[in-house]
Design a protein around this ligand. Structure first.
Ligand code: PXG
Length: 460
């Protein structure tokens, strides 16, 4: 909902906001016209704006508030730790209990062979770390020519210079370009967008083989690693056909290319297992995490290092010349420990897998008959609804119409956060969402699809 123009508190915050706050990923001309939606508080799966309008948060903040808002256990963990030891670092042979306990805990839940954790403050920093770890690894094993990385178009790996280069987001590349020059992109396994007239499994194999083609083009002796999100999130919840990952895995093994699974969104339960890679049959060498590890309550990211790289770093690594002031921040680690406690104690991941994700899948599938919907899909608790001009052919609306953004605004105004990636509407609710709230999500989504269709009929 848009805050009322005549509400002094809201307009005051909006005016102060546009005067002083440079927002991430925001067009400031548009922001100046409309004013920001200012969120004041939140509880459970709902956020509340300054006027007290209640909005069901179908995006878990930004794919992170997996346990929902208002968790006193997470707040208490942070408060206790801030009183006891608000800060100390782990540089130069020091450490503190929360960082150690969390690394041990992550190693216990991570896939077999992942025993070593590096901390960063965010997913972007974690992926920058991956680049350095991979290069260090190949140097140490005497193959310094392996320096190139392969990623995918429309991937999201963060927004620092290196992580933004790893990602395949067109606008980021256009604004900064030329980006880091040892990163190369291949096309993504986006079946609806790029190959919906093809058999999905054949399409998946063909997209995986683009990785092989790129390795051969660069020369396998030059290629250090391939990075991918098990399921692309920011790119529009792109679920690869089942054939895709096993083939990518086979290709990486064949050419001795390390595999990095960026699990910033898929890690810590979103796909119904602790990590997405076990669900999709990926056996990576490095795993990126962030977001859900603290349920978004405090910033924390990192890399879980598989045994191949870990063994070399432990025995031959010398000093790893890399680290951040907030690597392993005590309060963030304490909140992460409390998050993992809650996920286990409340059986959130099991319940998500057995009860909530099936209800979510049914709810999204129930929108597939809508006249402007070309496809719905979901995996675990992330899903997408593709908006189309022609249901039969899958033809898209003209880009300039901004139909996705229109739909997103109808949703916000009607009490639902659903994000637009172009004309793909995406949802990823907190893992603790209830079946009744999933019904509410679906009802609101359908109503807003109706509003969008009516708007299109008038404006297209
Ligand atoms: N990897 C993945 C897979 C991500 O989704 C990052 C890395 C970077 O994390 P940090 O903590 O540096 O932001 C992300 C972040 C969106 C959106 O529009 C998604 C993210 C961030 C901002 C916006 O969906 N994901």
């Amino acid at each position: 909902m848009n805050v009322e123009a005549d509400h002094p508190a809201a307009t005051d915050w909006q005016a102060r906001d546009t005067r002083h706050y440079l927002h991430p990923f925001t067009d400031h001309h548009d922001l100046g016209q409309a004013g920001a939606r200012i969120i004041e508080r939140a509880e459970g799966c709902y956020i509340y704006d300054l006027d007290g309008h209640r909005v069901l948060d179908g995006m878990s903040g930004l794919w992170c508030v997996n346990l929902g808002y208002g968790r006193e256990d997470l707040v208490a963990a942070a408060t206790r730790q801030l009183s006891e030891l608000p800060y100390y670092n782990s540089f130069f042979q020091t450490a503190h209990p929360p960082a150690i306990a969390l690394a041990e805990r992550i190693a216990a839940i991570a896939p077999e062979g992942f025993d070593l954790v590096f901390y960063a403050g965010s997913g972007s920093e974690a992926n920058d770390t991956n680049i350095k770890l991979v290069r260090r690894y190949w140097d140490l094993v005497g193959r310094p020519d392996k320096r190139h990385f392969i990623s995918r178009r429309n991937a999201y790996h963060g927004s620092t210079v290196a992580a933004g280069s790893l990602g395949g987001m067109g606008p980021m590349h256009e604004q900064l370009g030329p980006m880091v020059n040892f990163i190369h992109h291949v096309e993504q396994p986006y079946h609806f967008g790029l190959g919906h007239d093809q058999d999905p499994e054949a399409f998946g194999l063909a997209q995986a083989r683009l990785v092989e083609k790129k390795i051969l083009e660069l020369g396998a002796e030059q290629v250090a690693a391939f990075i991918g999100e098990p399921v692309q999130g920011a790119g529009g919840v792109i679920i690869p056909p089942a054939s895709y990952w096993p083939e990518v895995q086979r290709i990486c093994r064949k050419y001795d290319v390390l595999l990095i699974a960026d699990e910033v969104i898929t890690g810590f339960g979103r796909l119904g297992e602790w990590f997405g890679c076990t669900k999709l049959g990926i056996e990576p060498d490095l795993i990126t995490f962030a977001k859900g590890v603290t349920s978004g309550y405090l910033p924390l990211g990192g890399v879980i290092v598989g045994e191949r790289v870990a063994a070399v770093m432990r025995t031959q690594g010398g000093e790893f010349a890399h680290g951040y002031t907030y690597s392993g921040h005590p309060a963030a680690c304490a909140v992460a420990l409390a998050t993992l406690d809650a996920l286990e104690r409340e059986r959130v991941i099991e319940r998500g897998r057995e009860e909530i994700a099936p209800a979510f899948a049914r709810a999204l599938a129930g929108l597939a008959d809508h006249p402007i919907v070309g496809e719905t899909r979901s995996i675990g608790l992330m899903g997408a609804v593709e908006l189309v001009a022609d249901k039969a052919t899958g033809e898209r609306f003209h880009k300039d119409l901004g139909v996705g953004m229109k739909c997103r605004n109808f949703c916000f105004d009607n009490g639902l956060v659903m994000r637009a990636v172009g004309d793909s509407m995406i949802v990823a609710p907190p893992l603790v969402i209830t079946p009744a709230q999933i019904d509410e999500l679906a009802e609101k989504a359908r109503h807003c699809l109706d509003l969008t269709a009516a708007w299109v009929a008038k404006n297209a």
